[in-house]
Structure formats: C-alpha cells, structure tokens
Design a protein around this ligand. Structure first.
Ligand SMILES: C[S@@+](CC[C@H](N)C(=O)[O-])C[C@H]1O[C@@H](n2cnc3c(N)ncnc32)[C@H](O)[C@@H]1O
Length: 215
C-alpha cells in the first residue's frame, strides 16, 4: 500500500502506544504476553488501515488479535482507528509494525492459532513469486508459528494469486477445508467482516476469492 508520508507520524504512533507492541521481544515469546487474558491468538498479516482487525476483535472478544503491518504510516491509520473505535481501548487487539518475514523471531513455535491474509499484494511478475505471502517459503514460516491444526484464512480479489495460493497449499501438503470463487455469494458471506480493499473491489463488481486452510 503506497501512501504519502504522514505528518507527525512518529508522534501519532506514539500516542497509540498502549495498543502497540513496540520492540517485539527477541528471542521469541508467546504472543500471550502482550495481552492481559490468555485467549486463542489470531494474527492478521498486512492489516492495512485496520478495518478488519478492528471489526473482528470487536466481533470476536473470545480471541486475542494481533494486526501486523510493515508500513508505519499505514499502521498509524489502523492504530488511530482502533483507539477511536469505542470509548474503551480494545483489550484483545494489538498492533505490530514489522515484516511477516520476522515472525519466528518474535513468536514462539506453535503459539498462534490462526493467520489471516487479506488482499495481499499479488506480485504478478513471475520473478517476484517468492514475495507473495502464500509462497511456500511463507507457508513453511506460518507452519512454524501456527499450532498443529491451526488455520490460515485467505481473501483476495486476484484470481492469479488465488490459483497460485491453491498450488502452494498443495505443494506444502495442506488441507483446504473450504474455498469459494465468490465469497460474497457463499454461505460464509453473513459472517464476513470486510476490509478496506474488499469494500472497494466489491463495490466495483469484483468477485472475492477465499480459502480456509488447515495446518
Ligand atoms: C494490498 S494491501 C491490503 C490491506 C488490507 N489487508 C485490506 O484488505 O484492505 C496489503 C498490505 O499488506 C502489507 N504487507 C505486505 N507485505 C507485508 C509483510 N511481509 N509484512 C507485513 N505487512 C505486509 C502492505 O504494506 C499493505 O498495507
């Protein structure tokens, strides 16, 4: 996500420090340490402006949510959205500004219950396949931090990325427990929390692809 540099970005991020995982612990720890109450950990990678993480953490208080975003100016908007969402600060939502490549440096093996990838950058050029967040290199990284039986939830508008992801799931021997080439027309539509990209794409008539994968 490209974005013009935010004025006072660092100060604005600092003002949200109570819901930000600043300097995530190295060596790795259980992500439970960032919450007051132990609950299943759901991790969104590439949260963008935060609609999904704010919506899901509010809808699912039975889980702890971590929203990761590598671009600080984008994370700033997500943080401010979460801070202003309700009168009370969400106690089951934390943000981490960083790159998913470093996941295993921060989180202990098998300490995460579910990973969400929403409208990840498709990197359409063949030479950039390794950058796709569903490339087998990333899937093996997710395998190391997810508990056995943990889930990956994928949504995308990009059919090329979707087909590539299905191939990569097969390469890694992962079980696809559910998939749809039109999420919004499926039985899962009623429970779906939309992201910014999703709202934008679907308002233009674009179908949304989705897969649920078990590790
Ligand atoms: C196309 S945007 C989608 C944003 C949001 N999920 C949505 O659906 O509206 C993808 C986001 O993922 C972030 N991202 C891409 N690769 C990442 C990585 N390796 N680690 C963390 N964030 C990443 C980008 O900075 C960008 O904000």
């Amino acid at each position: 996500m490209r974005m013009r540099r935010k004025k006072h970005g660092a100060e604005r991020i600092a003002a949200c420090s109570e819901i930000l995982i600043e300097n995530p612990s190295v060596p790795a720890v259980s992500p439970q340490v960032y919450f007051q109450t132990e609950k299943p950990i759901c991790l969104e990678i590439g949260c963008g402006k935060g609609d999904f993480a704010v919506g899901m953490s509010s809808k699912h208080p039975e889980s702890n949510w971590i929203a990761m975003e590598r671009v600080p100016d984008v994370a700033c908007l997500a943080l401010e959205k979460a801070m202003n969402h309700k009168d009370e600060r969400p106690d089951n939502l934390r943000f981490l500004i960083g790159d998913a490549r470093n996941l295993s440096e921060w989180f202990l093996p098998h300490s995460v219950d579910a990973i969400y990838l929403n409208f990840s950058d498709p990197w359409p050029k063949k030479g950039y396949a390794k950058r796709r967040l569903t490339h087998e290199g990333f899937l093996e990284l997710y395998r190391s931090v997810l508990r056995e039986g943990g889930m990956l939830y994928l949504k995308t508008d990009n059919e090329g990325l979707f087909d590539f992801s299905l191939e990569q799931f097969a390469v890694c021997g992962l079980e696809i427990v559910w998939q749809s080439r039109d999420l919004h027309a499926s039985e899962k539509a009623a429970d779906n929390v939309m992201t910014e990209y999703e709202r934008n794409f679907s308002s233009k008539g674009q179908v949304i692809f989705s897969a649920w994968v078990k590790f």
